[in-house]
Design a protein around this ligand. Structure first.
Ligand SMILES: Cc1cc2nc3c(=O)[nH]c(=O)nc-3n(C[C@H](O)[C@H](O)[C@H](O)COP(=O)(O)OP(=O)(O)OC[C@H]3O[C@@H](n4cnc5c(N)ncnc54)[C@H](O)[C@@H]3O)c2cc1C
Ligand code: FES
Length: 245
């Protein structure tokens, strides 16, 4: 969905999100969070979404030229990788959305984009990034109907084994379902690779006010929580207590 807002387009960084009020009635009352996945020109930003419940079903009925109330851009986006780094993007399902905008912003042209889906009919078209120079896209599907038969973490595992000598210059960025994030975070910690994860959480306000999106930090000294909406949604993996999620 393209939404016209020159202000949001001017301010948005890859990895940031917006809170959208999907309809004008009281149901659903709360805004829904969506990553900004790209832009068209200087005034339209794009969101890529999957219909999973009431809010997204209502949003899907929005007509061309309709109006939606949008708050954003919100949160902290991805820190762009340093020059000379190999950029490895790992997504599960709709987790491709924030990684599309990151891939478009990265200046380095050595990007590995690994995307995992349940089945071939769930694969999201890679149009926004297909034509980027130096990008190598690979797929996995759980049922083996396209690409590697198995998990996207298998693709990453194979890549890391083949490129052991380059792990110092690698930067990993990940977004997807929690089990996938946990697995990749563990792999990155094992290989000592820089890794940033975009987390999802239920969000009521998106502004740091309601505490609804708290996640526990990895701090050993004191119990500390981050708000996914305000401190994230992107976190260096070492800062999160993955066992508490
Ligand atoms: C920072 C952030 C960025 C996001 N970006 C995107 C995006 O780019 N595209 C996209 O499609 N979705 C994205 N989401 C998830 C999206 O916000 C939810 O899918 C949406 O709020 C569901 O609203 P609903 O009213 O349709 O579903 P609800 O009626 O609220 O829920 C229906 C079902 O979906 C499940 N669900 C609700 N929220 C989530 C969630 N966050 N993750 C997994 N399952 C959920 C519920 O548990 C329930 O089973 C993002 C979430 C966050 C926190
Ligand atoms: S959603 Fe309210 S504090 Fe994060």
């Amino acid at each position: 969905m393209g939404l016209r807002s020159p202000e949001i387009v001017a301010d948005a960084k890859p990895g940031q999100f917006v809170m959208i009020r999907v309809g004008s009635g009281i149901e659903p009352l709360l805004r829904r969070p969506f990553s900004i996945c790209g832009r068209q020109g200087n005034d339209v930003f794009l969101v890529l979404y999957r219909v999973v419940g009431k809010g997204t079903a209502i949003m899907a009925e929005t007509e061309k030229g309709g109006r939606l109330s949008v708050l954003g851009p919100l949160g902290n986006g991805f820190e762009l990788p340093k020059p000379g780094q190999t950029v490895v993007l790992v997504a599960g399902g709709i987790g491709v959305a924030p990684l599309f905008s990151l891939a478009q912003a990265v200046k380095e042209k050595d990007i590995q984009f690994m995307a995992g889906f349940g089945s071939s009919d769930e694969i999201i078209r890679m149009d926004p990034i297909n034509d980027l120079n130096g990008i190598n896209i690979s797929f996995s599907t759980d049922d083996g109907t396209k690409g590697h038969a198995g998990l996207v973490t298998d693709l990453l595992d194979e890549y890391l084994k083949k490129n052991r000598d380059r792990s110092d210059s690698m930067s990993l960025f990940i977004c997807g379902p929690l089990p996938m994030l946990k697995r990749v975070a563990a792999m990155a910690l094992d290989h000592n690779i820089s890794c940033h994860a975009s987390l999802e959480s239920a969000m009521a306000c998106g502004l740091g006010a309601c505490q609804g999106c708290a996640v526990r930090s990895s701090s050993q000294e004191k119990t500390e929580f981050y708000h996914v909406c305000k401190d994230g949604p992107v976190f260096p993996i070492g800062t999160i207590d993955w066992n508490s999620l």
